[in-house]
Ligand binder design. Structure first.
Ligand code: FAD
Ligand code: DLZ
Ligand code: SF4
Length: 519
């Protein structure tokens, strides 16, 4: 008898480690839609629909290729609701001699999986997930002995290791490793913005959309307008669309935000890459080729490649280096509850309403929206890290703990004490005004710090600096902002503190005061 090869919902790659060496006559590939995975946070319905439809399409492709597939649907009456339960049933059903699985993307899943070897009567082999550029062991040896880990240095090693954007002599193309200084332009009026790649739901997706609408009614997020591709071929088309239409201007307007222009020149490839439909190496190669062929400028291509070869690999490395302790730190001692409007979008702050509203419609927001609007607000307010982490893990189609947690816990909330980023990205309303048009349609005045119409980001910003003075003043990169605070009259400081206090007192918590878990 053969092996049961379990493929998780974010492992939909034909060259997956656990599918290699498959024996078509003996082995069975198992995919299972289970409630435990669909509800460990209240995922956006589009995220669940995307994954279920992609899983069903993947199963169809394998079958068409002559592979024996055992697919467990969510509404199968015998479904145990967990991955372990389904693997156990499948081993018995097929009389399998062993089970094979690829290393999962989340600590939460890995914890019980480590026990499977003991739990089940047959050997369970866990293969390394080699769909990343940097093996976990390679990251460990890079990190070993370093006091602080800096993405930039890691990224340079990756560029060298994989010979990406290098001259034949091994130097960075263009004479610099990083062209970010050129990538902070605000959006000129009238610039033509390409619509994102979209696909109409086919019959499989339509069936999944109906299932999700019925079974996950209470979850934040709309299903209407679902446009994600659900196959490797569709993801490849999305990649080609991005390279042709968006990549040339990706760098220039990477940090811009605009009402009614939710995706700008971003790729919207993260759901596909993270679920295994698109190989990150293919994406990086396609971008480099576009530069070598003169189709896109170096600032755009280098900036884009850095996100995937640099940031994406770096946050994964940190996750597996530091978990599980990483999630429990709270360096800024932040304990305020998440405000309810994160789950409703109902707030007078236009920037927040816009970003939360598009998140509800698309299960997508680009990096600066996540970092400098919803993230910045949570940082300034001092939200309990676990509460804001749950929100990010739930609401984006690309969200998995290994990538969401370092971005939110480290980059946004500074809860790791500066392990991932050397300073918090705290900013007042001025930043949002500079990088977007949100402030032009807001009830608040971004130029005011105190008073009934003052932009809440302003008082919260100064209040954040005051509340965390003991922890942040010594940070050399915060010197300038504390100088600004030092120059402030005591009466003004007091007025700001009072303004922030009133605003915070008026917020409604999303959860009951006692619990951080939403179940
Ligand atoms: P593009 O702007 O087109 O970038 C290209 C690719 O680079 C992305 O598809 C993604 O694979 C990668 N990338 C870019 N930035 C990062 C980053 N900081 N970390 C890891 N990969 C990156 N990304 C996720 O994939 N899942 C998450 O759950 C997630 N949560 C985030 C939470 C916060 C608070 C922040 C600030 C960032 C988060 N990111 C997350 C990173 C980033 O915002 C998204 O990858 C990006 O917005 C996806 O959209 P895109 O494909 O259009 O990206
Ligand atoms: C996110 C998700 C969801 C919503 N549903 C399933 C599922 O029903 N079956 C499955 O195998 N995987 C699902 N996933 C993805 C898993 O949560 C993901 O594989 C783990 O978190 C490991 O990264
Ligand atoms: Fe956001 Fe303040 Fe601008 Fe309103 S004024 S959109 S709250 S930054």
């Amino acid at each position: 008898s053969g092996a049961v090869r379990l493929v998780l919902g974010d492992q939909l790659s034909r060259n997956l480690a656990s599918l290699r060496g498959l024996d078509r006559t003996q082995d069975v590939v198992l995919l299972a839609e289970v409630m435990a995975e669909a509800t460990y946070v209240p995922h956006h319905p589009q995220k669940i629909a995307f994954l279920f439809s992609a899983m069903r399409h993947f199963a169809e492709e394998l079958r068409a290729d002559g592979v024996r597939v055992d697919y467990i649907r969510l509404d199968d009456p015998d479904n145990t609701g967990t991955l372990g339960g389904e693997l156990s049933r499948a081993i018995a059903r097929h009389g399998a001699a062993r089970a094979i699985v690829t290393f999962p993307g989340e600590w939460r899943v890995w914890k019980p999986m480590r026990q499977w070897q003991q739990d089940f009567a047959v050997p369970v082999e866990v293969k390394e997930d080699d769909r990343f550029f940097c093996p976990i062991a390679r990251f460990r040896s890079w990190a070993d002995g370093r006091k602080q880990l800096r993405m930039e240095f890691f990224y340079r090693e990756m560029r060298r290791d994989y010979k990406i954007l290098l001259t034949p002599e091994g130097q960075p193309e263009g004479g610099q490793w990083n062209f970010d200084a050129e990538n902070r332009k605000s959006l000129p009026k009238g610039l033509k913005i390409p619509p994102p790649y979209r696909e109409e739901p086919d019959a499989i997706t339509a069936e999944v959309l109906a299932l999700v609408a019925e079974r996950f009614k209470g979850h934040f997020g709309k299903l209407e307008g679902f446009f994600y591709a659900v196959t490797a071929a569709g993801a490849e088309k999305a990649l080609n669309h991005f390279i042709s239409h968006c990549l040339p201007l990706f760098g220039d307007y990477q940090d811009a935000m605009a009402m009614g222009q939710e995706t700008l020149f971003h790729s919207i490839l993260s759901p596909y890459i993270n679920a295994g439909l698109l190989d990150p190496r293919r994406v990086v190669d396609a971008a480099e080729r576009a530069w070598r062929q003169g189709h896109a400028p170096l600032n755009a291509v280098e900036g884009f490649i850095r996100q995937i070869l640099g940031w994406r690999e770096y946050v994964r490395g940190i996750y597996w280096l530091k978990m599980p302790a990483y999630a429990d730190t709270n360096a800024l001692n932040a304990h305020r509850p998440l405000p309810d409007f994160y789950w409703t979008g109902r707030t007078d702050m236009n920037c927040m309403a816009q970003v939360i509203g598009q998140t509800e419609r698309l299960a997508y927001a680009h990096h600066i929206q996540r970092l400098m609007v919803t993230g910045n607000f949570a940082l300034l307010l001092g939200v309990e890290p676990a509460q804001i982490e749950e929100w990010y893990l739930a609401v984006y189609a690309d969200a998995y703990d290994w990538v969401e947690l370092p971005n939110v816990h480290g980059m946004v909330m500074h809860a790791d004490g500066g392990y991932l980023g050397s300073k918090p990205y705290a900013a007042s309303g001025k930043y949002i005004q500079r990088m977007s048009d949100y402030c032009t349609k807001c009830r608040y005045d971004v130029k005011e710090t105190t008073g009934t119409t003052a932009c809440p980001f302003n008082a919260l910003y100064w209040n954040f600096l005051m509340e965390n003075e003991g922890k942040l003043r010594g940070n050399p990169r915060m010197g300038l902002v504390y100088k600004g605070l030092d120059g402030m009259e005591p009466a003004k400081r007091e007025a700001i503190r009072a303004q922030a206090g009133r605003f915070i007192a008026g917020l409604v918590p999303a959860y009951p005061a006692t619990g951080t878990e939403r179940s």
